[in-house]
Design a protein around this ligand. Structure first.
Ligand code: NAD
Length: 241
């Protein structure tokens, strides 16, 4: 895999932005910051050695940032988006960018969540439709999006697996799966999927203990995407799950 040389970081002043900078310092990778307030401004002059853009900002920033990147002359740097709660308009901007460069969107960069999602897909497909599924997610009080992007991805995983396996005729319709969101103190992130059926319960839980797990995942994704063709990618592609 090519070495990460220089990262353009969007959302540098935030919780995740700080974490990414700490990790970059530990690994000897240089960081250029993209200003987002009062509006998005790419670094000028443009640093010639930008390997990848990593974004941990908010929905309203991404469309502006993509538009600014597309105003530049090629080559267009690969883009890794960690921001969650993306609107349809923002996803359309990202899809536009995927015509020019590789782009990875991840609601969660941790390996544990990628494995959890694979387990949930398996459970939802294999358990009989008498089983009910519910999702509980807990995050710190400052998190903006409710439900979390990861909980939304888990919900989609359950729906897709149930629809594929049981069709729409089952006792538990995919629409009946609910997300319960709690916002408490400084919790980094917990996701729990409960599948309950006649006489038994299956609980699948993931707890992120600190933010550096997401920063490590983002760097892994960034390194992986540097060798990829234009297109839209996900963490499942990175981990080969
Ligand atoms: P934060 O609020 O601490 O930081 C957000 C950053 O974006 C800051 O630099 C802030 O200045 C900038 N920003 C926010 N709103 C803005 C606006 N309206 N205009 C211009 N700039 C703005 O948030 P955080 O905890 O660092 O999280 C950032 C994003 O990353 C969130 O969407 C969060 O859910 C997501 N996240 C993703 C993962 C993952 O694994 N994919 C992990 C943790 C957090």
């Amino acid at each position: 895999m090519p070495k990460l040389e220089n990262i353009l970081l969007v959302g540098a002043s935030g919780r995740m932005g700080n974490c990414v900078q700490t990790l970059a310092q530990e690994r000897g990778i240089s960081i250029q910051k993209c200003t987002t307030r009062p509006c998005v401004q790419l670094p000028s002059p443009w640093p010639s050695d930008v390997s990848v853009v990593i974004d941990f900002s908010c929905d309203s920033v991404i469309g502006q940032m993509v538009a600014k990147l597309l105003e530049r002359r090629p080559p267009f740097p690969p883009l890794v988006v960690g921001t969650t709660g993306l609107s349809n308009d923002t996803m359309e901007s990202i899809k536009l960018y995927t015509q020019r460069a590789a782009c990875l969107v991840a609601s969660n960069f941790s390996l544990g969540i990628a494995i959890l999602r694979a387990c949930v897909r398996l459970a939802a497909a294999k358990l009989p439709d008498a089983f009910e599924a519910e999702i509980i997610e807990i995050h710190h009080r400052h998190k903006r999006d409710i439900p979390s992007g990861t909980a939304q991805s888990l919900l989609n995983d359950i729906r897709d697996a149930q629809m594929l396996s049981h069709g729409a005729s089952g006792e538990t319709t995919p629409e009946s799966v609910k997300i319960h969101s709690l916002r408490m103190a400084s919790v980094v992130g917990e996701h729990q999927v409960i599948l309950a059926g006649p006489g038994e319960q299956l609980r699948l839980v993931h707890q992120a203990e600190n933010r550096s797990v997401f920063a490590h995942g983002a760097f892994h994704a960034a390194q992986w995407i540097c060798g990829q063709n234009p297109g839209l990618y996900h963490m499942e592609d990175v981990f080969g799950i």
